[in-house]
Ligand binder design. Structure first.
Ligand code: HXC
Length: 257
């Protein structure tokens, strides 16, 4: 498919999605949302694809929602059209999505990165929720996901002052899984995604669902959810294959069944 604001490339079983509005530091306008929704729906539906990487440019993952597009909107426009509501659909992508962040991930850009399953950061990455400076606030889940990722103190300070966190601070705080040199970011993310895509597909989806459950439920309900999914995987052909392959000292050959 052709998209206006993103580039989509298949590298084996990995779908690489690159935000591509360099003139606006990848600011997220309605066309970006439409393109992302179409690309991730296609990714989820394509059985040859096992994991996706979402990235931006060296200078910016995304510098936020498009301020020029938002500026004139009134309450009825925002509420009536559920302006950023479509991004919730992205979070329901069943297969894993890695955010590979270099440069600015601000406002909606930081929120979009946090909607992904984990964030790999270049040493140049800068994260922030500067919406307060525009007399607004996070609107795509940033106040909630940042608080869950880094705790109340840092989330509150970031939202109230709009200051940015560099990659080292983001790693210490648990916002990103790892920091890599900027020059290696996309290759490292694609390699990590290829590793994930080489696992049995149903096990990948189950692992993603259970870690996500940790953010939606109580400990005992989450452990119960995990146990049921774990037990369920013993009904798959790939579990038989995976354990047989270990015993026979060979690589597993998955059927996705
Ligand atoms: C629209 C943007 C933009 C944005 C940058 N640009 N960010 N356009 N929306 N969020 C445009 C600039 O207007 C400029 O276009 C071009 O991109 C390059 O940006 P510069 O500012 O010239 O670059 P630089 O001096 O390097 O500064 C980089 C920056 C700065 C520090 C990232 O651009 C910045 O502060 N951007 C806004 C960050 C922000 O407030 N994000 C939160 C948005 S609100 P021209 O045409 O002038 O060259 C938000 C709401 C989320 O995200 C809540 C619901 C989703």
């Amino acid at each position: 498919a052709e998209y206006e604001t993103i580039l989509v490339e298949r590298r084996g079983a990995v779908t690489l999605v690159t935000l591509n509005r360099p003139q606006a530091l990848n600011a997220l306008n309605s066309q970006v949302l439409a393109d992302l929704l179409a690309a991730f729906a296609a990714f989820d539906a394509d059985a040859t694809q096992g994991c996706a990487v979402l990235t931006g440019s060296e200078k910016a993952f995304a510098a936020g929602a498009d301020i020029k597009e938002m500026a004139a909107q009134g309450f009825a426009d925002m509420y009536g059209t559920n302006f950023f509501g479509g991004y919730e659909t992205l979070t329901r992508t069943r297969k894993p999505v890695i955010a590979a962040v270099a440069g600015y991930a601000l406002g909606g850009g930081c929120e979009l990165a946090m909607m992904c399953d984990f964030i790999l950061a270049a040493d140049t990455a800068k994260f922030g929720q500067p919406e307060v400076k525009l007399a607004v606030s996070p609107g795509m889940g940033g106040s909630q996901r940042l608080a869950r990722a880094v705790g109340k103190a840092k989330a509150m300070e970031m939202c109230l002052t709009g200051r940015m966190m560099d990659a080292a601070e983001a790693e210490r705080a648990g916002l990103v899984s790892r920091i890599v040199p900027a020059a290696d970011l996309v290759e490292d993310a694609v390699k990590t995604a290829a590793t994930i895509a080489s696992m049995a597909p149903l096990a990948v989806i189950a692992n993603k669902e259970m870690v996500n459950a940790a953010y939606e439920t109580t400990l005992s309900a989450g452990v119960q959810f995990e146990r049921r999914l774990f037990n369920g995987l013993f009904g798959t052909a790939d579990q038989k294959e995976g354990m047989a392959a270990f015993v026979e000292k060979r690589a597993g050959q998955w059927t996705g069944k």
